[in-house]
Structure formats: structure tokens, C-alpha cells
Write a protein that binds this ligand. Sequence first.
Ligand SMILES: [Zn+2]
Length: 586
Amino acid sequence: MKFEQVLMLGIAALAVSACGGSEPEATSTTPAESTVIEPDTDVAEASSITIPELPALPAISETQFRDYMQTLASDEFEGRAPATAGGRKTVDWLEARMQEMGLKPANGDSYRQDVPLVEITLIPQESNFAITIADGESAVLPYGQESVYWTKRVVEDVSFENSEMVFVGYGVVAPEYGWNDYEGIDVTGKTVVMLVNDPGYATQNPDLFNGNSMTYYGRWTYKYEEAARQGAAAAIVVHQTAPAAYGWGVVEGSWSGPQLDLERPDGGENRVALEGWIQESVAERLFAEAGLDFAQAQKDALSPDFQAVPMTGLSASGKIKNNINRNASQNVAGYIEGATNPDEYILYMAHWDHLGRTFAPIGGGSGNGDTISNGAVDNATGTSGILNIAQSFVDAEKQPDRSILFVAVTAEESGLLGSAYYAEDPLVPFNKTVGGINIDAMLSGGESRDITVIGYGASELEDLLKAAADKRGMYLRPDPEPEKGYFYRSDHVSLAKKGVPMLYSKNGIDLVVGGEPAGEAISENYRANLYHKPADEYSEDWEVGGIMATLEILRDVGGYMAYSDIQPNWYDGNEFRALRHEQMGN
Ligand SMILES: [Zn+2]
């Protein structure tokens, strides 16, 4: 099928990036250099949660974990790309496992939730983005070299002309931080130009936003969404390597070529006509043309009193021509019914999809000519993991009070699409979803003394995690690179954005045998040789002690919620807390 061919081309292009919204994923939980992080107890002190009793739960079966790994990561499943034979086979297999285990179908009488996908390919030769300056001269910003742009509207043609340009600082409206970059300005029909990341990162001031740790407001996804809410015609982010956490090459490589997206009911009509990035040098040039100093403008944007600045004399015009293909894939979901509060749910989530086949071996591989990216670590581990956790609850002597929902989502590698669809059309209301746990890419290796929390300091789920880790004599390791915003790059964020407290945690690196050097060597090997390559394969030689411990800890975290009536919340100051309060009516 044509769609599949085009899709696979897209996947090949994305092979060095993707997994988590078209950008490099958290390929490891540790920085390249060794960083010693002391166990932190501050978080627990701020909590309102009392840790409930947990009944004895059966051990997670290593045999079953390996058996599922073997299958999901086998060549027979062809790398599990959505909307391919291998993807469909995965969906059938997941459905069969849930059925066999006795999970109830979560979507009426079906385990499947259709996720309508659309693939948009911009035709660079027939598209352009140009700026007209005061004297009427027009400068095209070459696609790829100076700019990368697209439209989220599912249409073949989109254009806008002579749109006034405005610098809106960070493009953020954040009431909880007393921040509104759009205050006092109407940007309807205008082209907004914005900085990446947030003022907390730029100043390293712990009292501004979340200091060095990126908030959701720092993400480019948020900035485009906010620009659309403000009625802008186009939204441009200025690329800068440090605050973006990746170079221009990643921007160019990730957003050009076929882009898979959800087929939304409104066809993306509520998005701005053109979204994109420009190089920093282009921004400097344009600001100068408008009689502004880019360096000064950046400084001004760091103040809560910042006022958006019209880029006088400049106007933007754009024209985009797209090829469009449509297809569908599925999320697969089943649940265990609660005994006393069956309408309240604990959520476990893991993406089942991976990159599928590539046309040429892209480094490594199990041998010459290996064209299947098996995605053993990414994310057969998580998919097998949530099934194994489900099995443990199914086999438990005591039925949980609340229900437990297991969702294997599709199309994560194309930008968290399966989870984003779930978030638009949830199988369970958000205010009845007590909390959720996402598992994405666990590395093989022996048991560790620590467990890593990506986006550390987000919610009271971390108190539960700490309690579960304590029982095993293990400690929590905070996300070592919070400024890179990895918390915002896997499926849990789709639910977090809706207010549901979500936890994203991985095996630690402080191994019982070999300590941090051994754990870091495993991470480094994954990052350099396996990540998004055909060589990410499963073998019987895998040590899985670390994964087994992580799964039991994450099982316990869900268990604390399932065998009680606690309501964990986002910590005070977290950007999703207000949403949760509104949703819960408190
Ligand atoms: Zn992944």
C-alpha cells in the first residue's frame, strides 16, 4: 500500500530521532559524565499522602516477561510499525493476551480503540515562507537551511499573506506563575515570533517557573497551541541549541518529510496556518530589519512585565502544499474490575509501536542486511511489562477496590499519537482516573540500588514510588537532565496535559554489581549502538533483574492506589495542578 511505503520512508527519516514527539527520546537516564545525586527526601515532606497497606501480590513472572519479549521483539512482528502487517499482528496478539488473562474489554465489548491517522508530507518545491520588509522587498527563508515549517491543518493547500509580525517573548500564558506574554495585545491574524524553553531555564532562577527544569510552557508543542488559542495566523519559534536541547539538524531532520498525525474531528482547523522554526541568525537579521535588537529583546522577555513588541515594518506570507494519506491503527485496552469502587481507575500505559522496517540497515543490526528495527528495549519491555503487571493483579488473592486499566498505545514514535487520541477520547473519565504509570524503554541489566524518576518533583505518585522503593531498600534518583524536558516526551504527558497525575520512571543505574559505572556503560551502549536501530533486539542472554524489580515497584505504586481510596495530586506549584483541581471540583 502506498500509505505504508510513504510511512516507512518517514520512519527511515526519523530513525535517528523520534520516540517522543519527533525528537530524540530520553535514550538513557544518565548524563554522559558521572553525576552523583544524593537521595532526596524533600519531596515526601511536602506530601499529603498516607501510604496505604498493600496486600501480598504474586511476584512478576520472569518466564512470562521473557516469553512476551521474545514474541514482540521477534522478526515476525516486523518492528511493530502502526498501519503495517506487523502492527496489525501486534494488535491481534495484545488483544489475545488480554482476553486470555481475563481482562475485561475497555471499549464497550472491544479491546480496541481505533486511532485515525493522517500522514502529511509538505512539498518543499511548492511551498514557501517569506518576509516582506519596509521597502516592499521580500525575502524567502529557504526551507531546511533557514526555516522549517508545516501546517497541522489537514488540507492540501494553505496560505496567508501580509501578516503583521509580533515578538511575544516566550509565548506563554501561565496564570500560576503570574505570566502572560499576550497581555494587552491582539494577535489575531498576525505572525507571532517566540523563544524556546521558558524564563526559568534562561535565568536559572529557581523562583521563575521551575528554574532549570523545563516546564510544559517551555515545549514548542505548547507554544504553537497557545498561538492558535490567541488567533494568530502563523507561529514561529526561534531555534537556539541550548534551550531547545538539540541542534538545528534535529529540527530539520525531524520536521521535514512525511509527518504522521491524528485525524482530528476538526481536521486541525483550530491550528494556526503555519507553524515552524527559524534559525537564530535569521531572527537576528529580522529583528534588525524591524529596528530591534534580538539580544535585548531576549532580555526583556525574562520579565513578568514583558510586553509583546510589534516587529514594525515586517510582514509574513506563507504558502504550503501537502500530500495527504489516511490510515488507522489501534490502542489496545483491557481492565480488572474493582470490588468496591469499580468506576475509579488506575491507569497503566505503554506504547506497543516501534519503527518497523527500514529500507537499509541503519548501523549495527544482528547481521548484514537487517532491516527490521525490532524495538526490544523500545518498547517491547514496557508492553510486556504492563501485561506482566496485569497478570500479577489478576493472580492476586484479594480483588482491588478500584479498577485497573491497561492501555497499550500506538504511534508513540510518530509523536505520542495513540496516547494523544486516548486523551481526546478517554475510555474512562479523567476525574475517575486516579493516577497513571507509563513505561517506556527499560534497559536490560542486573538489579540496582536506585530507580530513576523522569520529571522528578511532579506529583505525589513519587511518594508512592518512594514507599515501594523503600520496601526493597532502594532510593529514588531524580531525572539527571530536567532542563531537557524528557518528562514531556513520552505518552504519560498526553494525560498529564489533561490533569491526570502521571508517573514516568525507569530502572536505576546504580547497579548492585558494578555500581554506577556498570549502569552507565549499559546506558551508553544503548544510546550509541541500539537506540532506534535494528540492533535493538532481545536475546536470552539479557539480564532482567533490574527490569523485574522496576516492574514490581511500579506494580506496587498502582497497588497502593488500587487497594485504597487515596487521591494523589500534582505537587503544589506544578503546572498541571490547577487543571486537576478544576476537574475534581475542588
Ligand atoms: Zn519509546
